[in-house]
Write a protein that binds this ligand. Sequence first.
Ligand code: PGA
Length: 257
Amino acid sequence: MRKTIIAGNWKMYKTINEAIDLANNLKRELFKVNFAAVDVVLCPVFTALSEVAEVLNETDIQLGAQDIYWQDEGAFTGEVSGLMLKDAGCRYVIVGHSERRQFFGETNETVNKKIKAALKHGLTPIICVGENLQERESNNTFKVIQEHIKGGLADISAQDLLKTVIAYEPVWAIGTGKTATPEQAQEVHKFIRDLLRKMYGEELACSIRIQYGGSVKPENIAELMAKPDVDGALVGGASLKVDSFSSIVIKASEVLK
Ligand code: PGA
């Protein structure tokens, strides 16, 4: 049994007060329903982490960050360490998001270091993998996914990998309104699970959660979740509004796996 996980990636949106408001409103909305079947995670900007942690205190909604640096402290201007994320109240951290790969030089090697740093501090890394449009159109999707998985997970033990979440996010579906079809998502999720089976064995492959990300909204969450290898969603745009994000959580919790 894999517990569904829905995470909201707020990206570079929301001031501290706006983040507090959104978290409070989500808390209020989700309080009305039973979402015990779903792990819910909110990932605001660094500056709002502590305040959102306070809002989420004593709720079942978890806090996550959007990035991590692999050193604990030092002369690394602009970076934030796992130690500091833990200190701010985080339980999760997104690693290797395509926007970081695309705009900030993230590579499979740096992703690997960040995963190790997250694990060292007891944070659950949400490890993002995914092909861009050109890679898909040139039939290189599986090759790219395999490189992201093998490179990102180098020297990570099965025991540690069990403490992670994978997010498949086709770059061409992020923020474009163009969702992968449930069949396209399932095909890649299955490929990832089969690859992990070869690398780590049956038990791990069956236990690890693989989220889908890319234009997830209330209208498509149920059909995506109905696929056997889709264990949740990493939601960008639709996580910035109370109605759409709470609706995604509720609909995901209604899908029987
Ligand atoms: P989107 O973003 O839902 O806005 O497409 C998803 C993500 O980047 O994690």
